[in-house]
Design a protein around this ligand. Sequence first.
Ligand code: 5GP
Ligand code: SF4
Ligand code: MG
Length: 456
Amino acid sequence: CGVFGVWAPNRDVSRITYFALRALQHRGQDSAGIAVGNGKTVLVRKDMGLVTEVFKDEDLQAMQGKVAIGHCRYGTAGAKGWESSQPHLSAINDVIIALAHNGTLVNFDELRRELIDAGVPFRSSTDSEVAARLIGYFTHATSHLRSGIRKTMQMIEGGYAMVLIRENALYAFRDPHGIRPLVLGKLDEGEWVVASETCALDIVGATFVREVRPGEIIRISDDGLISEEGLPPRQTAKCIFEDVYFSRPDSVQDGKSFYKVRHDMGAQLAREAPADVDLVISVPDSGTPAAEGFAAELGLPYGTGLVKNRYVARTFIAPTQSLREMGVRLKLTPLADVVAGKRILMVDDSIVRGTTSKQIVRMMRDAGATEVHMRSASPEVVWPCFYGIDTADQNELISANKSVEEIREYIGADSLAFLSVKGLMSCVPKTGYCRACFTGEYPVAISEKYWGDHFL
Ligand code: 5GP
Ligand code: SF4
Ligand code: MG
């Protein structure tokens, strides 16, 4: 998911949030929502669909205020209906709060049951509502929102980046491992924004200040910005799939754009698994930076061999395998003029189920390519993610079930290689990453129940 928050009493905060959400749209297309605090109360508008489908000019006009948050959802926990859309509104006595969340809480089932036993009502089955209800519950006991957030952070486990407003304040907080991303930016003196990625700062004209620290709680109000420790930071474990696939290429982390990281990954992959081919092509758009890096490293020609239809929804999350296959054909079409009679090498950012690779290798051969080689700019995805990226159950992950040679045969390629984990780590600017989907070393323990559901 994508989250955003803005404190700017003299600006059109709902419109700022709308533009930021459009920059974060790639992080979730299921639903979109904005909540605004106007000094007296909190208003929310949210619905299923893209940001541009949910908000018209009149909607934004009707949501004037001094503080706002926004969310675009990519469902990982809970059903996909309207009730799961965010921000979540809840009342604590006569104070209304709205919460938006990116991530997944691994222990939300247990917490939800305990709250229900304590008489707390629920509208959805999401982990995000559990967080909102917990904050309400603990704030109620202490009548202090920040201590309610801190108590909640002591209870919840997993990867999370959350933004929250009440009528006259903005809060932002991040899990103690820093698994999910959250950055702080500045619009003008006394005007602050927080966002999942720096691309949202760029679009609203904010400058990057720093990351929200793992375990930190930030509060912004008429009293200015206050930072406090919600939980002591643990071993930093930023999600490396943000580098591989999820973040927009123009976003920057630790001083390096994800475009540059991916370009370096492609170059590293070329050193690890070169090939003698006539043309390197990418699987657009997510494979493009790595494909460019691959071709540049070997001095090979690079071209466009696949055209992407920008108006097709994502194939990755289609409910059934046959729909996913149909989705790939709608989304990617081969350029026979470019690939016919050539030895082609295709670079994608990742191979997860193998659906995309199998289809496009066939397309290349049908279009007349004489050889088709496949490269994945990420290592083999062997383990499911529990912290907010929907990489399927283990039985659907092709690398958990087949060797590289078996996958090569399955997708019908002349050769196949994946970037090594070590090679991947040499391309990111710092250490301190979660890479559990490649290595199985989970920074936050996964309960027995999950093991049963999601593992082979
Ligand atoms: P496959 O077809 O092998 O299941 O998935 C690989 C393709 O899905 C790649 O082109 C990659 O860009 C994309 N992909 C990888 N991870 C994700 C994800 O978490 N969500 C979505 N929507 N697509 C993904
Ligand atoms: Fe990211 Fe993978 Fe860790 Fe999930 S398991 S948080 S996708 S690195
Ligand atoms: Mg892709």
